[in-house]
Design a binder for this molecule. Structure first.
Ligand SMILES: Nc1ncnc2c1ncn2[C@@H]1O[C@H](COP(=O)(O)OP(=O)(O)OP(=O)(O)O)[C@@H](O)[C@H]1O
Ligand SMILES: [Mg+2]
Length: 452
C-alpha cells in the first residue's frame, strides 16, 4: 500500500490579538511569582524529609543534627520545612570537633552515642545550659562491655589529655547507707570522720569540664541517688563537716556528670538472643531494628528504676548498642597496637596473619559479655605467650614475630587431641636478615617457636 501522503497541517487560526494593556514602565513591573507544581512540591518535600530522616534518625529521638552526611539543597530546607535542622557547610569546624575525633579513635562502633555526646557538649559550650546546674548530665545505658566506661575514659583523654582524669564513683561500693557517707564525709564523732570527703572541694572544683562518673548507678543505695539528685538539681552539695572558714558547700557547676548503667540488661539480652544479633554475621537491617528495640527496652527499664524527678534532670540519655563483628576487628587492632607498644619497648615486633585475627575474633565473640572476652583472648593468646617466650629467651631484640594458626597435636599431652592454636614464627634478627639479603641465594628461614 502506498504510503499516505502527509496531510498538510491545518492552517493555524490567526493569533488572537492580545488585549490591550496599559503600558507599564519596565522598572516598576513586578516579576510574576512562579509557584512549583503540586507534584513538584510533593517530591521536594518528600526529598527534604527523607534527607532529614537520614540525618536525624537517632536512637528513637528527633535531635538536631550538626553535620549533614548527605548534601541537602539549602533552599529546599528553608522553603519547605521550617523544622529542619541547621545545615553546616562542608569543612566548617566546631569547638567540639577535636573531642569527637578522639572519641572516634578510642571508641569503636558507637557513632550514634558519640554524635549525641558531641551535641550535648556543643550545646553547653555555646551557653545553652541551665545556670546553677552541672554542665551536662549524661546517662549511658546499654549492654555490658560495649564501651560505656571506655567512652568516659576517652572523654577524659580529649578534655584533659589524661584518660585517668575522672572522679569515678564505683556505685557498687556504695550499696550500704553508711558507705554513702564517705562521699560527703562522716559527721564528727562517727567512724571515718577523720577521712576527707570524696566530694571535697579540691576534688570537684577548680577544673573546667571536670568529669564525674557514677559507674553502674543502679547498684548504689538510694541515699546516693538523693545526693546525686541534689547535684543534678542544684549543682551543689553541702558536706557534713563545716568550719568557720569553710561553708562546706561544693559546687558541681563546672562538672560533666556521667552515669552509666546496665538497666534493662535482662531485656536487652532477650532481644539480642531473639535477633541473634551481636557478633555473628547479622544483616545490617536486623541490627538497626534491634538497636531501636534495645533503646526502647533501656528507656522502659529506666522508667521503672528511677523516679520522674531523677529522669527529668538527665540532659542526655544515650544508649550504647551491641557491637558488630566488623567493629571487633577494629577493637582487636586497637588492643594489638597497645601490645605492640609494649613489645617495641622490648625491641621486637609482632604481626598477625588474617587467620589468627579471625580466630581471636571468634574467641572474643560473645553477645552477652560484649568485648571483654576479646580483651581476655588477646591477653591470654598473645600477651601472655609472648611474655613467656621472651622470659625464656626465645625471642630477642630485633626479632620479628608472626602469629599464625598452628596445629598443636603432639605438643600438648597425648589425651588433649587435635587443637589449633596461635603459634609464633620468629623471623631472624635484623643482622641475620641483613646477611640473608646479601646472600640472595639462600633466604633466611623463619622458625617455629611454639611453646605451650
Ligand atoms: N566500643 C568500644 N571501642 C573500643 N574498645 C571497647 C569498646 N567496647 C569495649 N571496649 C573494650 O572493652 C573493655 C570493656 O569496655 P567498657 O568498660 O567500656 O564496658 P562497659 O560498656 O562500661 O560495660 P559494663 O556495663 O559492664 O561496665 C574496655 O576496656 C575496652 O578495652
Ligand atoms: Mg562500665
Amino acid at each position: 500500500m502506498p504510503a499516505k501522503k502527509p496531510t498538510a497541517p491545518a492552517a493555524k487560526p490567526p493569533a488572537a490579538k492580545p488585549p490591550a494593556t496599559p503600558p507599564v514602565k519596565p522598572s516598576t513591573r513586578r516579576k510574576p511569582v512562579e509557584l512549583p507544581a503540586a507534584d513538584e512540591v510533593k517530591t521536594r518535600r518528600g526529598k527534604a524529609k527523607r534527607a532529614v530522616a537520614e540525618m536525624g534518625a537517632d536512637s528513637g529521638e528527633r535531635l538536631p543534627v550538626l553535620k549533614a552526611p548527605a548534601p541537602i539543597e539549602p533552599h529546599l530546607v528553608t522553603e519547605l520545612d521550617a523544622t529542619i535542622p541547621v545545615v553546616i557547610p562542608l569543612g566548617a569546624r566546631s569547638p567540639v570537633d577535636d573531642i569527637v575525633e578522639v572519641l572516634h579513635k578510642e571508641v569503636i562502633g558507637q557513632e550514634r552515642a558519640i554524635q549525641a555526646i558531641a551535641r550535648a557538649l556543643l550545646r553547653s559550650q555555646e551557653g545553652f545550659r541551665t545556670p546553677g546546674r552541672p554542665i551536662s548530665t549524661m546517662f549511658f545505658a546499654g549492654p555490658t562491655g560495649v564501651g560505656k566506661t571506655e567512652t568516659v575514659r576517652a572523654l577524659a583523654k580529649a578534655l584533659h589529655k589524661d584518660w585517668r582524669a575522672i572522679l569515678k564513683i564505683d556505685c557498687s561500693e556504695y550499696s550500704e547507707p553508711h558507705s554513702v557517707a564517705r562521699l560527703i564525709g562522716a559527721p564528727p564523732g562517727y567512724i571515718g570522720s577523720d577521712l576527707p570527703a570524696i566530694f571535697a572541694k579540691d576534688n570537684v572544683e577548680g577544673v573546667k569540664n571536670r568529669l564525674v562518673l557514677f559507674d553502674e548507678i543502679e547498684k548504689a543505695h538510694p541515699r546516693l541517688h538523693n545526693i546525686l539528685l541534689q547535684i543534678m538539681d542544684e549543682g551543689r552539695i553541702t558536706l557534713s563537716r563545716r568550719t568557720k572558714d569553710d561553708d562546706g558547700i561544693v559546687s558541681f557547676e563546672d562538672c560533666i556528670i556521667v552515669l552509666t548503667s546496665n538497666i534493662g540488661a535482662f531485656e536487652i539480652d532477650q532481644i539480642l538472643h531473639a535477633n541473634r544479633i551481636g557478633f555473628r554475621n547479622e544483616p545490617p537491617a536486623v541490627s538497626e531494628q534491634t538497636g531501636q528495640q534495645i533503646y526502647e527496652a533501656a528507656k522502659e527499664a529506666m522508667k521503672l528504676m528511677f523516679p520522674p524527678e531523677f529522669r527529668n534532670r538527665i540532659t542526655e540519655f544515650i544508649v550504647f548498642r551491641a557491637l558488630k563483628r566488623e567493629s571487633l576487628y577494629k577493637i582487636l587492632q586497637k588492643l594489638l597496637n597497645i601490645s605492640a607498644e609494649r613489645f617495641a619497648s622490648l625491641g621486637f615486633q609482632l604481626t598477625l596473619t588474617d587467620e589468627a585475627r579471625d580466630w581471636l575474633v571468634d574467641r572474643g565473640m560473645d553477645q552477652e559479655l560484649g568485648v571483654r572476652p576479646l580483651v581476655r583472648a588477646v591477653e591470654k593468646h598473645i600477651d601472655t605467650k609472648v611474655a613467656e617466650l621472651h622470659a625464656y629467651g626465645l625471642i630477642k631484640a630485633g626479632d620479628v614475630l608472626v602469629a599464625d594458626m598452628v596445629d598443636v597435636d603432639g605438643l600438648v599431652e597425648e589425651h588433649a587431641g587435635h587443637r589449633r592454636e596461635i603459634g609464633f614464627l620468629r623471623a631472624p634478627r635484623s643482622e641475620e636478615a641483613e646477611k640473608g639479603k646479601r646472600a640472595k641465594s639462600k633466604p633466611p628461614k623463619t622458625e617455629f617457636i611454639v611453646r605451650y
